[in-house]
Design a protein around this ligand. Structure first.
Ligand code: NDP
Length: 321
């Protein structure tokens, strides 16, 4: 089978398709023919071997996807031919993937399997941020960074569906203009965004900042919060936040800070299924629009990584075998 494997931490232009061994199916595991694999920022951290993201090499990249079951246990609740999707399973940039049943979720009819692949990491992430890390209620005020990105577009829609008010940053006029269609209340540039947020909120600040950008934004994100507001620092697209003096949480208004990760919010099968079924229901009912910002054949995986890191993209990037 073909797949994208790295034997050293590398630049995106080192990504190549090669012939690899087809994975062996263990009990309670499904062998799946991939329909689409999602491209996520975390894949670029793993490709570069950033601290905290290093895995044994060689490594087949990719952490999510969708596909058709080609082998399963005779007593499995999944059958050959079923379309499933999965989050957080390594080696997803491959034509055939072995997925533990515990990570597989059936893609309902009415949901395009490529769209299902697109929402596994980013959709589940947006879901836990808006429902569990800081629960958005009617009139909650939220600031979302990189509003035009994969997670960002989903966050905006989920906050609006819950009745919240959204301010979102995006780097270009074109990206900002695209956010109106998602219901975004205010699309603003990054420059001095904490001041813009204060102007919009009559100086009060927002209840929560969902910040996946990290190093370039976290200080102004803290300065955008109301007293006792929460910074949910969920990513590092611009680089990791350096160690900080916790005293600033006191002096900036008794603020809260959390650094969440998806795995802890889908730790039980029940929680995982609830989040996934909410997302699939909202997609079927067109309350959640998933933009596929680019579909790249495996041969062009390097271009997908280059585009994602160069801030050219909007929405979700997929790799297709
Ligand atoms: P995006 O599609 O959001 O792409 C990243 C965006 O970040 C860019 O398009 C760009 O938008 C913005 N950005 C700002 N500064 C930079 C910079 N210096 N370099 C590159 N991009 C920059 O990616 P994803 O939706 O895949 O991921 C968003 C974040 O969410 C990532 O940090 C990722 O690691 C994190 N994440 C966290 C999870 C968790 O559970 N903690 C799970 C999944 C994702 P613009 O041009 O508008 O600034």
């Amino acid at each position: 089978m073909r797949g994208i494997s790295i034997s050293e931490y590398s630049n995106p232009d080192q990504l190549r398709v090669s012939e690899l061994d087809t994975p062996k199916r263990e009990p309670k595991t499904l062998l799946v023919e991939t329909i689409a694999a999602g491209v996520n920022f975390i894949d670029t951290y793993q490709r570069q071997g950033l601290p905290g993201y290093q895995k044994p090499l060689p490594l087949i990249l990719g952490l999510e996807g969708s596909g058709r079951v080609i082998q399963s246990d005779p007593d499995s609740s999944f059958s050959v031919g079923d379309v499933i999707a999965w989050p957080f399973h390594p080696e997803s940039y491959a034509e055939v993937v072995a997925i533990p049943e515990s990570k597989a979720i059936t893609v309902p009819e009415g949901v395009d399997p490529k769209v299902a692949a697109a929402v596994m990491l980013q959709g589940l992430t947006a879901h836990y941020l808006v429902n569990s890390t800081f629960e958005i209620k009617p009139n909650s005020k939220a600031l979302v960074h990189a509003g035009s990105g994969g997670v960002g577009r989903l966050l905006i829609q989920m906050i609006k569906n819950a009745g919240g008010v959204v301010i979102a940053t995006a780097s270009t006029e074109q990206k900002r203009e695209s956010l109106g269609a998602l219901g975004c209340d205010y699309a603003i540039p990054y420059e001095q965004f904490h001041k813009t947020v204060r102007e919009i909120t009559d100086n009060a600040g927002v209840d929560v900042v969902y910040d996946g950008v990290g190093n370039d934004t976290y200080m102004q994100s803290l300065a955008s919060l109301r007293k006792r507001g929460l910074l949910a620092l969920f990513g590092a697209s611009s680089g990791a936040v350096p160690p900080m003096d916790l005293q600033i949480l006191n002096s900036m208004g008794s603020l809260f800070l959390t650094r969440p990760t998806l795995a802890d919010y889908i730790a039980t099968r029940e929680e995982y299924e609830k989040r996934a079924s909410d997302i699939f229901r909202d997609i079927s009912e067109k309350r959640l629009i998933v933009e596929i910002g680019g579909e790249y054949p495996f041969e062009n995986a390097s271009q997908a990584h280059i585009d994602l890191q160069s801030r050219k993209t909007s929405g979700k990037l997929l790799l297709v075998p």
